[in-house]
Design a protein. Structure first.
Length: 275
């Protein structure tokens, strides 16, 4: 019992150290956002500001249109995420439960696309979207995500594999088509995986800076990450304002995770991503 308690204490100690390392950048961000400019560059660094102030948050709201940026980002994130959930669910169900020639080879080809860096396809994609007049619109940021990704398809397939084949076979014996089996039986059971993918999709779209930087040029169409970057200039700008804007942008994701935490963890443990 003593050895077991010591091993358990050691594991908790190691996990606590790693957790502290993860939390430190966020603590630095919040601490800097609450400091007046005179305290930001103090040496040695002080975690707790002597004279905490919300002036940086006020200036961040004045210098950036965070509300407009939030709405613009949601305009991209919501349809891209919902479309990606639907297409990945259909594809995952097909790979998990349907039988058709070349299924394993097609799935292997799909998984191999995960090895291809996005930067490799950037120029061909941009040329194609430019030809159809989609540059400076949200469509290049919505359509690819709504078509689903290899990772999303893999996660849905892994989850659907945990559903007993007897349920699908019983539905087929009752005369249900594959589409009806999917919509009436299998899809409603995939709530944990859908929530997990939804959180991943929204987080990716919310934090995306490079995609909007390439396709969006109009200031009124810029996303929240572009507007946060706009608080800086060639000389560095104001760190307190940048940290305040980043803190405000982080809050929606924190709230989303807190509400979806239980289902999110359940989805992670049943889609083959744990460990």
């Amino acid at each position: 019992m003593t050895k077991r308690a010591a091993a358990s204490a050691l594991r908790y100690l190691i996990l606590s150290v790693f957790a502290l390392l993860v939390v430190l950048p966020f603590a630095f961000m919040i601490s800097t956002s609450l400091k007046p400019p005179s305290e930001i560059y103090e040496v040695p660094f002080r975690w707790l500001p002597r004279h905490p102030t919300l002036a940086s948050y006020q200036r961040a709201l004045e210098q950036t249109s965070l509300v407009r940026g939030t709405l613009n980002t949601l305009t991209i994130a919501v349809p891209a995420t919902l479309g990606g959930l639907l297409t990945a669910s259909f594809a995952g169900f097909a790979f998990a439960k349907l039988r058709f020639p070349g299924k394993d080879r097609l799935f292997a080809v799909l998984m191999s696309t995960m090895m291809l860096p996005g930067i490799v396809t950037l120029i061909p994609q941009f040329s194609g979207f430019a030809r159809i007049g989609w540059v400076d619109t949200y469509w290049p940021l919505i359509v690819p995500g709504a078509m689903g990704t290899a990772l999303a398809t893999f996660m849905m397939r892994q989850y659907f594999l945990t559903i007993p084949d007897e349920i699908v076979e019983a539905a087929a014996l009752d005369g249900a088509t594959p589409l009806k089996t999917f919509t009436r039986i299998v899809f409603p059971l995939a709530r944990p995986a859908l929530v997990t993918l939804g959180v991943f999709g929204l987080k990716a779209a919310w934090n995306d800076y490079f995609g909007p930087l390439v396709y969006i040029a109009s200031p009124q169409k810029m996303t929240i990450q572009q507007m946060i970057a706009g608080t800086q200039n060639a000389y560095g700008g104001e760190p307190g304002v940048l940290m305040a804007a980043a803190t405000l942008a982080m809050l929606p994701l924190v709230v989303l995770f807190l509400f979806a935490q239980r289902v999110f963890v359940e989805g992670i443990t049943t889609t083959g991503l744990k460990g």
